[in-house]
Design a binder for this molecule. Structure first.
Ligand code: HEM
Length: 276
């Protein structure tokens, strides 16, 4: 399988054009293989939320908590769905033509690209100044939680912290999507100068052939990575044991019991407006 596609310059030199589209099928395959493997594994997994008796005791002790716990503000939910719509338009406009469905995709593609870029800029500002910025990041401090999660996975009762607002898997996923998302946005923003838009005069000669080649390869790599990442995300969102999280991205709240079953109240204190 080739990873890159080369073109010939008018002077007979080989120039980097873009990634090989075989990688699109590889990413689709990896995404589907992951969900089949995970679904099979989940039939064996002994992973449990907090035991019913322990949750009952916590519920009895925490009568101060409201029956509904706010998980995502309306602004955060609107951002999520605008970004998701832009992402789907980008994926389909980019890859349907490669899969053989021909249509005038470029205009739809760059317009969705502008929406995605604007929504991410908004999200960065919103999350930095109005949300609990650090709640989504992972680092070495999370190793005890990782160890505890692995032990719980094989059926042990572990007296270690449950996650704060975001489970470890969600935080790792967010990191991967940040890397792929920012790469596709940065390269896509440069590629805008090669196509006709109302913003500026088209200039395909802004960079050398090599720089363009690298930019297209970066865009393609990040794009195909997003195929696998989006498949995994949608798969988790539709799994029945995750519906409570998916529903909260629509309605904005989870129940008090779900909050106590799945989270460590010390690490995600409700009532703090920056943690909503
Ligand atoms: C999910 C995100 C995205 C995916 C999967 C994606 C994928 C792709 C792919 C596969 C191509 C064809 C590249 C080639 O021929 O080598 C492309 C072209 C393009 N993309 Fe994206 N892209 C995404 C996001 C963006 C964003 C955010 C922007 C703008 C900020 C953007 C702007 C462009 C432009 C202008 C082209 C056309 C370049 C040309 O025809 O010369 N893309 N994209």
């Amino acid at each position: 399988m080739d990873f890159l596609t080369w073109a010939r310059s008018p002077w007979g030199e080989d120039i980097l054009a873009h990634i090989s589209w075989d990688l699109l099928w590889a990413s689709l395959f990896a995404g589907v293989a992951f969900l089949v493997a995970h679904a099979s594994y989940m039939t064996l997994s002994r992973h449990r939320k907090r035991h019913a008796a322990e949750t009952d005791a916590m519920e009895a002790a925490r009568t101060d908590l409201p029956p509904r716990i706010k998980r995502h503000s309306l602004t955060a939910r609107l951002f999520h769905w605008v970004m998701a719509a832009a992402m789907f338009v980008l994926l389909f406009t980019a890859f349907l033509p490669i899969a053989g469905v021909k249509f005038a995709w470029v205009t739809w593609h760059w317009m969705a690209g502008v929406v995605l870029t604007a929504s991410i800029l908004f999200h960065v500002i919103h999350a930095t100044f109005f949300l609990d910025f650090w709640s989504i990041w992972v680092g070495p401090k999370d190793l005890p939680e990782l160890k505890a999660e692995m032990l719980r996975e094989v059926g042990h009762d572990v007296d270690a912290p449950k996650p704060g607002k975001y489970p470890l898997g969600n935080r790792l996923y967010h990191l991967a999507i940040v890397v792929a998302g920012l790469s596709v946005i940065a390269s896509g923003a440069l590629m805008m100068s090669r196509v006709r838009t109302p913003f500026f005069t088209r200039n395909p000669y802004l960079f050398s052939d090599t720089t363009w080649g690298v930019t297209y390869v970066a865009h393609g790599m990040a794009g195909v990575a997003l195929v696998g990442l989006v498949i995994a995300h949608v798969y988790f969102a539709v799994r029945p044991e995750k519906w409570w999280i998916t529903r909260s991205m629509v309605l904005g709240w989870i129940t008090r019991r779900q909050y106590l079953e799945h989270h460590d109240p010390d690490r995600w204190a409700v009532g703090d407006p920056r943690r909503g």
